[in-house]
Design a protein. Structure first.
Length: 247
């Protein structure tokens, strides 16, 4: 469902010169699987996700999402992808229901389809009690749930989550983790970026560790612990990212 081959993104800065934010990353994610992308701030994970979501054009390499090339057919890719950025604004004067409906109409959905999917997503994300309240009064957790619902209203086959539980309370984070697991169980393909190692352990079938724009290691959480001789995934991550291990 997702396949990247030597995917590269180069930025040019007057002071720092050439910056290889993503440097030859290759990965593959099958349907019904969750791929966890781990990296410190500035490691290149968000840039990699934006490339796959067609928000950025690659400088080199290639990738296909849902069978479509991200450079040659970006609109086709977007129709099959739901991308939750790490910081996404909402229109404060709209209610959650109106916000979700607005994005549903942008995707060309009929009102009846929007209503049915909104009801399902609201139930799965525990949104019913604030669905008809204005977004300007929302807590961080309410905003994030609304962002997820509007991102997925078109029922995409591929879901890309960039730090979906950042700054959330325990109950909101648990609801989102449960929702992501349910999406995987329904056959969705998920890329999940987070700093929360506990979430990775609970959710991810495969983990990729990115550092300096390069994918240094890839495998199941258990395989990465075994490879590094560590007892938990955080220690494995630190050892790989700090020591420059290769797959």
């Amino acid at each position: 469902m997702i396949e990247a081959r030597s995917l590269t993104k180069v930025f040019r800065d007057r002071k720092r010169g050439e910056i290889r934010a993503v440097d030859g990353v290759s990965l593959r994610v099958e349907p019904g699987r969750i791929y966890g992308l781990l990296g410190a701030n500035g490691a290149g994970k968000t840039t990699a996700l934006r490339l796959l979501a067609t928000l950025l054009r690659p400088s080199g390499g290639s990738a296909t999402v849902a069978g479509y090339d991200i450079a040659a057919a970006p609109e086709r890719v977007r129709a099959h992808v739901g991308f939750l950025a790490s910081s996404t604004a909402l229109y404060g004067r709209l209610t959650a229901r109106e916000m979700i409906a607005y994005f549903g109409r942008l995707h060309g959905l009929a009102d009846a389809t929007i209503a049915a999917r909104t009801a399902r997503l609201a139930g799965e994300l525990d949104m019913d009690e604030f669905l008809d309240r204005r977004c300007e009064k929302f807590s961080t957790g309410m905003k994030q749930k609304t962002s997820i619902a509007r991102t997925l209203i078109h029922d995409p086959a591929v879901m890309i989550f960039d730090e979906p539980t950042l700054g959330l309370d325990v109950m909101s984070a648990r609801a989102i983790v449960r929702f992501v697991r349910d999406c995987r169980d329904r056959g969705k393909t998920v890329i999940y970026s987070t700093h929360a190692m506990g979430e990775v352990e609970k959710l991810c079938d495969t983990v990729g560790i990115i550092h300096g724009g390069r994918l240094l290691a890839e495998g199941t959480p258990g395989a990465l612990r075994e490879r590094t001789g560590t007892l938990d995934l955080e220690d494995a991550f630190v050892k790989i990212a700090g020591g420059g291990a290769v797959p």
